[in-house]
Design a binder for this molecule. Structure first.
Ligand code: ACO
Length: 331
C-alpha cells in the first residue's frame, strides 16, 4: 500500500513496564532439558521478565501508558484514540484498550484492540497514522502489551525459552514541524498461519459439536521455517519502505526490529547490508515480548539518546498471521 511522505506523525512520549521477576536461562535449565549455552547460541536471550498474577496485560499496559502520557506532558483526557496491540488480552471483551482507557480515566475516548501478533505495534502505528492524516484524531495512545508467559507451554523447550512479558506505549500526534512516517509497508499471509499460532479455547464447539481433536492452547511454532520467513519478509518489507521513502541505507541512523532472536536480527542486517552497530537490540534482556518489543526498544533507544531529532529510523517486524510491517520514521 503506497503511503504519503507528509504524515507529520511525531512520537511525543514513550513508556514501558517490565515485571520485576527475572527468569534466567539457569532457571530454565531446572524446568526443561536445555542449557544457557544452547539458548545463548541459538537465540542470544539471557533472561526474560515474567509477570506476577497481579501483572496482567492491562496492568502492564496502563503503567506503560501512564509513563508515555507523562513524557508527552498530556493527560488521559487529551487523548482522542486508544489503540492496543496484544495477543494476550485479559478478556475477549472488553478489549484491552477499553480496560486501559478505564484505568487511565479516559472515559468517552474511542478505544479498540488490533491483533497482528509480533507485527501488532507497527500495524497500530500505521493505523494511527491514518487517523492523524485525516484529522480524525489528534492525540493517540498506542500500547503494545503482552503476558506471553500465560500462553507458553512450559514443558516445551522449543518455545518456552523464547518469550517474555512486558509492555511499551507511545503517544503520537501530528506536529507541523515533523515529517513523521516517511513510508510504511505491511502485509499478511494467512495461508501460512499454521507455522505459528495460538488457538482460542473459548472459540471451540462445546455443547452440540463434539470437541475437536486435542489441540494445544499454547503457542505452536515451526521454529526453523519461521526463522527463514522472518528474515526474508522483514528484509523485503524494509526495502519496500526505503524505496517508497526514497532513502538509502546510509540515510538510516538506527534499525529497531522486532526482538525475537539475535540471529534473526543479525541475518536481517546482513541481508540489508546495514552496519550492525546501528541496530538496536535488547532481546538478551527480555526475550520475545511480541507486540511490546518495538515500543520497549523505542523507549530504551530514546532514553539512551540513541535517537536524535530528524534521525531516520527503520522499524520492522514479523509475526504470527503471518504478518509483517515496516516503517521509516523520522524522529
Ligand atoms: N534447549 C536445547 N535444545 C533445544 C531447545 C532448547 N531450548 N529447543 C530445541 N532444542 C533442540 C530441538 O529439540 C532440536 O533437537 P533435534 O535436532 O534432536 O530434534 C534441536 O535443538 C534444534 O536445533 P536447531 O534446528 O539447530 O535449532 P535452530 O537453530 O533452528 O534454533 C530456534 C531453534 C531458536 C527456535 C530458531 O529456529 C528460531 O529462533 N526460530 C524463530 C522462532 C521465533 O522467533 N518465533 C517467535 C515468533 S515469530 C517472530 O517473532 C519472528
Amino acid at each position: 500500500m503506497p503511503s504519503r511522505p507528509d504524515s507529520g506523525l511525531k512520537v511525543v512520549g514513550t513508556g514501558v513496564y517490565l515485571p520485576a521477576r527475572v527468569l534466567t536461562n539457569a532457571d530454565l535449565e531446572k524446568l526443561v532439558d536445555t542449557s544457557d549455552e544452547w539458548i545463548m547460541t541459538r537465540t542470544g536471550i539471557k533472561e526474560r521478565r515474567i509477570a506476577s498474577e497481579q501483572e496482567t496485560s492491562t496492568f502492564m499496559g496502563v503503567a506503560a501508558a501512564k509513563q508515555a502520557l507523562a513524557n508527552a506532558k498530556l493527560k488521559a483526557t487529551d487523548l482522542d484514540l486508544i489503540l492496543t496491540a496484544t495477543v494476550t488480552p485479559d478478556s475477549m471483551f472488553p478489549s484491552s484498550a477499553c480496560r486501559i482507557s478505564a484505568e487511565l480515566g479516559a472515559t468517552g475516548c474511542p478505544a479498540f484492540d488490533l491483533q497482528a501478533a509480533c507485527s501488532g505495534f507497527l500495524y497500530g502505528l500505521i493505523v494511527a497514522d491514518q487517523f492523524l492524516k485525516t484529522g480524525a484524531a489528534k492525540n493517540i495512545l498506542l500500547v503494545g502489551t503482552e503476558r506471553l508467559s500465560s500462553v507458553v507451554d512450559w514443558r516445551d523447550r522449543n518455545t518456552c525459552v523464547l518469550f517474555g512479558d512486558g509492555a511499551g506505549a507511545v503517544v503520537v500526534r501530528r506536529e507541523p514541524d515533523s515529517r513523521g512516517l516517511l513510508a510504511t509497508d505491511w502485509g499478511a499471509d494467512g495461508a501460512s498461519s499454521e507455522l505459528l499460532h495460538l488457538n482460542n479455547p473459548m472459540a471451540r464447539g462445546k455443547a452440540i459439536a463434539p470437541p475437536a481433536p486435542a489441540s494445544p492452547d499454547c503457542i505452536v511454532m515451526a521454529g526453523k521455517e519461521i526463522f527463514k520467513q522472518a528474515v526474508t519478509a522483514m528484509a523485503d518489507s524494509a526495502r519496500r519502505s526505503m524505496d517508497k521513502a526514497g532513502v538509502r541505507l546510509e540515510d538510516i541512523t538506527c534499525v529497531i526490529s522486532h526482538q525475537a532472536n539475535i540471529r534473526i536480527i543479525d541475518a536481517l542486517v546482513e541481508k540489508l547490508k546495514f552496519p550492525r552497530e546501528r541496530c538496536f537490540a535488547n532481546v538478551h534482556r527480555y526475550g520475545n515480548m511480541s507486540a511490546a518489543c518495538i515500543p520497549v526498544a523505542l523507549h530504551e533507544a530514546a532514553s539512551e539518546r540513541k535517537l536524535q531529532q530528524s534521525d531516520k529510523i527503520l522499524l520492522v517486524a514479523f509475526g504470527g498471521g503471518l504478518t509483517w510491517a515496516s516503517a521509516i520514521l523520522e524522529w
